[in-house]
Design a protein around this ligand. Structure first.
Ligand SMILES: Nc1ncnc2c1ncn2[C@@H]1O[C@H](COP(=O)(O)OP(=O)(O)OP(=O)(O)O)[C@@H](O)[C@H]1O
Ligand SMILES: [Mg+2]
Length: 450
């Protein structure tokens, strides 16, 4: 593929948008650079000749507004295209007097993007772009630097630190990695950190939910197909593997891959090549594979539904993401992050959390892990006025009884409380609770009435 001269830098904290933009831009042969934060964008601008900046406005830490100002100061000739969900920002941006700024409102079509890019380039003031290299960083560095944060991963527990150390070891090579953990623990976040912190971060990161694609389509989606491979295959098409070439493919819920997909995967891992559905010839491929699951693959191997040889090929490096209840030191950091996140999302609703509420959060078992914590905080930010109190928590947490440490209780009482605790943790799902407790649903009722 012949690359056009133009280098385009895309800045957005939403990785999906970054990937979408990159796909479109690459289809027009532009050379793309991606940044998920203003900090990263500034680094790229310093090291690379960029011909067009495409940026989002609303980003955590430092917003696109600041970036536009920075670029206008240091790279006055560089054209800027703002992609925003808020058409009203147009006026405020013009007010910066930052030269040419084009706008594109989300959601946009591929044609609208094309038109906006063309306009940005034509309106570009004559002369060389980005020739002035910035000498100073505009005071940004210190603002961005934060403790207990690695990419998007937040945490200070030993478990998180160990994960970060492993990521540091693997991020710059292409060893296959297997991420295991309960639902909502952050497996995808870990996969993204491996890619985006490493030296292949500018190459594509493609996330595939193997459980979300119908079984009969997964194979052709992953590996591509040739013309006539099946009814409806009217032309040859690349799959996710070809799209991820040079970068990372994240195979989420790998336990859902059919036996046929499994044997093709084995071939990719052994031979570093893929064969399109319907093709005879293999294509060489250079992709890092990160697989993840929350199902028990060992159990599946026993039942014969998952290939043992594939399992061992996939688990060259294994990262186990611990459930939140085993790293409660991270809870208050995560609460802060979510308070901030939803403070911004709900337009300056920055609220606090009372110490009693925090201790309820610390006591809870979090069966849905970080995702559940995030939902709880999101809901509480909406429900409360200025401070989150216990009353703003869902029932499962509100009534999470603490076992008294000093007072000794009769067994029946302990039993009752424990049953209640399991019920709370399962959102009152009696079938699930019965399964955990190892008794039937009727017995649960009886015991609670005793
Ligand atoms: N350490 C962390 N710091 C900040 N946010 C986190 C952390 N871990 C998880 N999250 C957030 O929690 C949510 C769930 O994380 P993620 O989707 O990575 O989990 P998962 O293990 O892939 O879950 P599932 O098995 O259900 O797919 C996401 O919104 C993610 O941003
Ligand atoms: Mg996931």
């Amino acid at each position: 593929m012949k690359l056009k001269k133009e280098n385009i830098l895309i800045v957005d904290d939403d990785i999906n948008i970054l990937e979408l933009l990159q796909r479109h831009l690459q289809s027009w042969n532009y050379h793309t650079y991606k940044a998920i934060s203003v900090k990263e964008a500034v680094t790229i601008l310093r090291d690379t000749h960029i011909d067009l900046l495409i940026t989002d406005l609303k980003m955590p830490e430092i917003g696109g507004f600041e970036l536009i100002k920075f670029v206008s100061e240091h790279y006055p000739k560089l054209p800027k295209l703002v992609v925003t969900g808020y058409p009203s920002v147009q006026e405020s941006l013009t007010a910066i007097k930052s030269g040419v700024v084009e706008y594109l409102t989300k959601p946009f079509t591929k044609d609208e993007l094309r038109a906006a890019i063309d306009k940005s380039f034509t309106e570009k003031t004559k002369g060389e772009s980005s020739e002035i290299h910035a000498e100073r960083n505009g005071g940004m560095k210190d603002e961005i630097k934060k403790d207990n944060v690695y990419g998007e991963i937040i945490g200070k527990s030993e478990k998180i630190n160990n994960i970060i150390q492993t990521i540091e070891r693997v991020k710059d090579n292409k060893a296959t990695i297997f991420v295991r953990g309960e639902s909502g623990t952050g497996k995808e976040l870990v996969a993204r950190a491996i890619h985006y912190q490493g030296k292949f971060s500018r190459a594509p990161f493609i996330a595939v939910n193997c459980g979300g694609i119908p079984e009969n389509l997964l194979e052709s989606e992953l590996f591509g197909y040739t013309k006539g491979a099946f009814t409806g295959a009217d032309k040859e098409r690349d799959g996710f593997f070809q799209a991820a070439n040079g970068g990372t493919i994240f195979l989420d819920e790998i336990g859902n891959a059919s036996t046929s997909v499994q044997s093709r995967l084995l071939r990719v891992l052994q031979e570093k090549e893929v064969v399109k559905v319907g093709a005879q010839k293999a294509e060489k491929i250079d992709v890092r594979i990160i697989a993840a699951t929350n199902s028990d693959l060992k159990e599946m191997i026993k039942k014969g539904t998952f290939r043992e040889d594939l399992f061992y090929r996939l688990t060259v490096v294994e990262i186990i993401v611990a459930p939140l209840r085993d790293r409660k030191e991270d809870i208050s950091l995560l609460v802060d992050k979510f308070l901030f996140k939803y403070g911004i999302e709900y337009k300056d609703r920055f609220v606090k959390i009372s110490p009693e509420t925090l201790s309820v959060l610390l006591r809870y078992d979090w069966p849905g892990n970080i995702r559940e914590l995030e939902n709880v905080i999101q809901r509480a930010v909406i429900m409360c006025d200025k401070v989150i109190k216990i009353e703003h928590l869902p029932d499962s947490l509100k009534f999470n009884i603490e076992f008294p440490k000093d007072k000794l209780l009769p067994l029946k009482e302990i039993e009752k409380r424990y049953i209640q605790k399991v019920l709370n943790a399962t959102d009152n799902n009696k079938t699930k609770a019965a399964e955990i407790l190892g008794i039937d649903r009727k017995t649960i009722r009886q015991k609670l009435l005793e």
